[in-house]
Design a protein around this ligand. Structure first.
Ligand code: SF4
Ligand code: SF4
Length: 112
């Protein structure tokens, strides 16, 4: 028992201090996709490419709304790959906890 305790003390802490200290995702990590409003043409290509279908385009008499729900997003990066305008980018962000589904929806708008 004393031997195990000794080994443990010598080894020190082997885990990170997350969440007290933020943990940075490695290069190439596919995190939360973000829509970039001033680059988007609302062409809908990302909608066709999204495997789980979590990107939606709606329109009313005043505006077009492109929304993306992180609830079903699988972080595949297809939306970023197909967007010719650089209007959707995957980020390094992975903290997506939320109390409601609505809080996991991001959207951009364009007035008609
Ligand atoms: S994010 Fe890109 S692919 Fe999607 S609607 Fe906007 S411009 Fe088109
Ligand atoms: S990363 Fe994949 S699943 Fe998530 S919104 Fe983009 S295409 Fe859809």
């Amino acid at each position: 028992m004393l031997e195990i305790l000794n080994k443990t003390l010598k080894a020190g802490c082997q885990t990170t201090k997350y969440p007290d200290v933020p943990d940075v995702a490695p290069v190439g990590f596919r995190g939360k996709p973000e829509l970039i409003s001033d680059k988007c043409t609302f062409c809908g290509e990302c909608i066709k490419a999204c495997p789980p279908g979590v990107i939606r385009l709606t329109e009313n008499s005043v505006e077009k709304i492109l929304s993306l729900s992180y609830c079903g997003c699988i972080f595949c990066g297809r939306c970023e790959q197909v967007c010719k305008y650089g209007a959707v980018k995957l980020t390094q962000e992975y903290e997506l906890s939320s109390k409601t589904k609505e809080d996991l929806v991001t959207s951009i708008r364009r007035r008609l």
